[in-house]
Design a protein. Structure first.
Length: 411
């Protein structure tokens, strides 16, 4: 065993009631709290971001390419299926999927209630994987089910829980939709499913149906759609992909990024990032300051030992390494306790949803947790590096301790 390691080990094994043992526990607790808070903060922050982005992307693609329409901001003009944009999409590697949709404004009418809605028509290329997670009752529409096809389109729709509550509807009920056009075109539709996103922008107005139905209501053929929804492999590549698509947009076609469509939501997420960064910086600063203070106290308490080691010929570098290893031991122990405690609390919240939230303000009913192991590992690595650099500072005082005065030092 190396000499610094041997001495450091002897220093660590203090009596339970000694002053050194007390300050050592404080140092361990400081690191544990700092790391634990960091892990919990990032688990919750990433949970918020993933949950909200997933809800936004449910009905708002990363990029939407649509034809201009006059008079109704909820609807699009006819967009040919064959166009330069579609030809360019396979050549952009950052794009994972695209799908054709169209929107139609209308009014749902029951015997006693009416409700303004926007029908989103989707085709066979629509990706239902994310939507299934928001389905709370019933099933998805049956584009491929011949029993639901009438006049070339499916009459099935999926509505939100909020709309279903307002109109007192459930899966299996029929409702009449009057499209907002002249003259209005009523259509009897069958409700097969109910979804809930807890986002007012969607739950209050949006229903999902067959793309062929919207094409029929608009008088379009199968060669025209309203919007191409484009999804990316990495959301951070959004500006680059948007810049690549912009030069090839045909006349009368515009592009919208989801960050422009829902600016308040993404501004809120950026604010969360900044607040979390400031909060964690303060936590790490306090933890590091505590470590400096604690190591200084331990050095001052061991001043006679330092004087004895210098008298026996130990160089300053070797003695500094002794106390550096004492500090690193406290950091390792604090990391272990902090990680175990934080992951246990995150697991409890993930499994049992112990902390609720107000869906009207947070778009979800419980605090979300995401186990991003790479981020958790990075927090530990950063803590070790910063702590190691900080621990070198108080050991500099050892070089100024004179052996004779140190041997005469009394506790």
């Amino acid at each position: 065993m190396q000499f610094p390691s041997f001495i450091a080990r002897r220093i660590r094994h203090n009596d339970a009631g000694s002053f050194s043992a007390t300050v050592s526990r404080i140092g361990v607790a400081s690191i544990a709290i700092g790391v634990g808070v960091g892990i919990i903060a990032f688990a919750v922050l990433l949970g918020f971001k993933r949950t909200i982005e997933k809800k936004v992307f449910l009905f708002g693609a990363n990029i939407s390419v649509s034809a201009f329409a006059q008079g109704n901001t909820y609807e699009e003009g006819p967009f040919p299926v064959k166009n330069p944009v579609v030809d360019a999409l396979p050549t952009i590697p950052e794009i994972s999927h695209w799908q054709a949709v169209a929107h139609k404004s209308g009014i749902l009418k029951t015997e006693n209630e009416i409700k303004g809605v926007v029908l989103k028509g989707v085709g066979k290329d629509y990706d239902w994987n994310v939507f299934k997670q928001s389905l709370v009752d019933g099933r998805l529409i049956g584009n491929k089910d011949s029993s639901s096809i009438k006049y070339g389109y499916s009459s099935e729709i999926v509505i939100s829980r909020k709309i279903a509550s307002q109109l007192i509807l459930k899966p299996g009920d029929e409702v009449i939709m009057y499209s907002l056009q002249n003259p209005p075109r009523p259509r009897k539709l069958t409700i097969v499913g109910i979804y809930e996103t807890q986002m007012e922008e969607f739950d209050n107005t949006l229903i999902v149906g067959d793309l062929a139905l919207v094409q029929r209501l608009n008088g379009w053929g199968p060669d025209s759609i309203g919007t191409y929804e484009i999804y990316l492999k990495d959301f951070r590549k959004l500006p680059e992909v948007a810049a690549a698509l912009k030069p090839i947009l045909p006349v009368g076609v515009y592009m919208q990024k989801v960050t422009s469509l829902f600016p308040q939501i993404f501004d809120w997420l950026q604010l969360l990032d900044r607040n979390t960064a400031v909060f964690l910086t303060l936590i790490l600063f306090v933890a590091c300051f505590n470590m400096i203070s604690i190591l200084l106290v331990m050095i001052m308490e061991r001043t006679p030992l330092i004087g004895l080691l210098k008298t026996l010929g130990s160089p300053n570098k070797q003695i500094r390494m002794v106390f550096f290893r004492v500090g690193i031991y406290m950091v390792r122990k604090g990391l272990l306790i902090g990680n175990v405690a934080a992951l246990a609390l995150c697991w409890l919240q993930y499994q049992f949803k112990l902390i609720p939230l107000d869906p009207e303000n947070y778009y979800m009913d419980t605090v979300p947790i995401v186990f991003e192991w790479g981020t958790f590992a990075l927090i530990n690595v950063i803590t070790i590096i910063i702590s190691a650099l900080i621990l070198l500072v108080p050991t500099l005082i050892i070089t100024r301790i004179q052996p004779i005065k140190a041997l005469l030092f009394k506790k």
